[in-house]
Write a protein that binds this ligand. Structure first.
Ligand SMILES: *[C@@H]1O[C@H](CO)[C@@H](O)[C@H](O)[C@H]1NC(C)=O
Ligand SMILES: *[C@@H]1O[C@H](CO)[C@@H](O)[C@H](O)[C@H]1NC(C)=O
Ligand SMILES: [Zn+2]
Length: 500
């Protein structure tokens, strides 16, 4: 007995070193699977690092997936001793983009996109986090059970971090138990429509539903995202004009549809004020297109203290109605892309802070549903495919307006992180996750069928055929180099972001 024990103890160091050996191997394989870099302590250096304190020349120290230190070039003499340096030279190093509005259509419609292709496209486009919309998947995410289906579908299939919005629909809006279960299961907030969504199991809400939804959201301190258009009359059925003309589509979705919805919404938005009955909840207007009356109303509500934020999308900033060719339904989305003067006003509003942030509203479908042979704007699927291209799209049109790198980082990272309650994301700051994109603003490329696109149906993108400026070199998610110059890390190591 004694002898056996002694033998065991004398073998302990051997056993320990064998265990340690396997541990090291398993750490190493998980790293090489998740990252194109073999180490988890290293530096990223560049002449242009976008930080909350301005653009600096220097280096960011990454350790165990987080930003460990940030050093200016003039201070780093003798400082960087150990670890590897990934030098991006003159390229811009910026917080990874956070896309708070993407439809990945998984589970159930992954022939439209799906988690794997969508998140690989995101990584190739510099997006390190995206929040998936509760509709266009099958079923819609409107309950604890359907959210669990999403969470399961994303397991080991995502290449960047993904969170989930839940749906506010008539079926759950007046049932506190149902909403609380959905929010407890991890939905980062809720989304609702004030007009038909086009998806059968995602019906529109009225103002009573929205008010009740806000009162539950207040307890959880989470936002309600609203598609703000109302349908007053059936303008599609009543319109007899040529459906191949973009102007015909515009007539069916005038700015008054946005304005009407926002007027209605503002009758209850004061509930979100400090001291109001739904303090802690927040209203977020998705994809604002009307930069006239709708925007004016929202500005007033914001200035009186209602908790409201506004997003718009690159396609409203890059295109205007007059340049959309007849029958080219790739440009169909709702609300629609409006006139050139409206576009100028959107840029003004974004630059002066009235519009808070950008999102892709990547909303793909099958080419046969998007590009109906007859080019029919009234029948084609509404939604712009853009996920991988939003950074160059924003930059290409923004450059002529004097947009700065800090503004891009604010609209695409800092503000979206706040909306989605991702407190350790949204900026390159010590303690935050090392979610980073390195890109070359000056590099131009022609987006055509030869371009390595990772979305499932690049041919239906409105950006296809354009010359764009801004090439993504590398994308890091929690310190893992998930994408570099055309190559992805093999592992789908993205995290599912569930609210707690
Ligand atoms: C409310 O939702 C809960 C949980 O989803 C469900 O069990 C219950 O039947 C619903 N109540 C009503 C009145 O629909
Ligand atoms: C909204 O719909 C609910 C039924 O789901 C109804 O009880 C309520 O009165 C409606 N509110 C308005 C303002 O129409
Ligand atoms: Zn959408």
């Amino acid at each position: 007995m004694e002898l056996h024990k002694r033998k065991f103890f004398s073998l302990l160091p051997v056993i320990a070193s064998i265990l340690f050996f396997f541990l090291k191997i398993s750490i190493k394989t998980s790293q090489t699977k998740c990252s194109l870099l073999p180490h988890n302590h290293y530096w990223i250096s560049s002449k242009r690092i976008v930080t909350p304190d301005g653009v600096i020349s220097g280096a960011v120290e990454i350790k165990d997936g987080k930003v460990f230190s940030i050093v200016k070039e003039e201070d780093w003499h003798g400082y960087i001793r150990q670890g590897q340096i990934v030098d991006f030279g003159e390229a811009v190093v910026m917080p990874g983009l956070i896309d708070v509005h993407a439809h990945l259509d998984d589970p159930g419609r992954d022939e439209w996109e799906g988690f794997p292709s969508g998140t690989r496209a995101a990584a190739a486009g510099g997006i390190t986090t995206l929040i998936d919309m509760p509709l266009n998947s099958e079923p819609s995410t409107v309950s604890e059970e359907t959210l669990n289906l999403k969470i399961k579908a994303a397991k080991n299939r995502i290449y960047v971090d993904v969170g989930f919005w839940g749906g506010l629909v008539p079926d759950n809006a007046l049932n506190a138990t149902a909403l609380e279960r959905l929010l407890r299961a991890g939905a980062l907030g809720l989304k609702s429509f004030m007009c038909p969504s086009g998806i059968n199991d995602f019906p529109m809400t009225n103002i009573t539903h929205i008010k009740e939804g806000l009162s539950i959201l207040a307890k959880f301190q989470r936002p309600l995202l609203v598609h703000a258009e109302v349908q007053e009359d059936d303008l599609v059925k009543d319109n007899k004009n040529d459906a191949q003309l973009y102007s015909t589509y515009l007539e069916t979705r005038p700015p008054s549809m946005e304005e009407g919805a926002i007027r209605n919404l503002l009758t209850i938005s004061e509930n979100t004020r400090v001291g109001g009955p739904s303090e802690g909840a927040h209203l977020h207007i998705v994809h604002l297109s009307d930069a006239r009356s709708s925007l004016d109303l929202l500005k007033k509500a914001k200035s009186r203290g209602d908790s409201i934020s506004i997003e718009t999308c690159p396609h409203y900033l890059a295109f205007s109605a007059d340049e959309i060719p007849d029958g080219d339904t790739r440009f169909k989305c709702a609300p629609p892309i409006r006139d050139a003067e409206n576009k100028e006003k959107l840029w003004d509003a974004l630059r002066n802070g009235d519009i808070d942030m950008l999102s892709s509203d990547h909303s793909p479908t099958l080419p046969e549903l998007k590009l109906l042979q007859v080019g029919d704007f009234l029948k084609a699927w509404g939604g712009i495919s853009s996920l991988q291209y939003v950074l160059p799209a924003t930059w290409t049109s923004g450059r002529s307006y004097g947009v700065t790198l800090e503004q891009i980082a604010s609209w695409w990272s800092e503000k979206p992180a706040k909306l989605a309650s991702q407190h350790l994301k949204g900026s390159i700051a010590v303690g935050n996750y090392a979610d980073i994109v390195a890109w070359e603003p000056e590099s131009e490329f022609h987006l055509d069928e030869n371009h390595p696109s990772h979305i499932k149906h690049p041919s239906i993108s409105a950006y296809m055929g354009r010359k764009l400026s801004g090439k993504v070199l590398a994308t890091f998610v929690r310190g893992n180099l998930v994408y570099k110059e055309g190559k992805h890390a093999p592992g789908a190591c993205g995290n599912r972001l569930l609210a707690k």
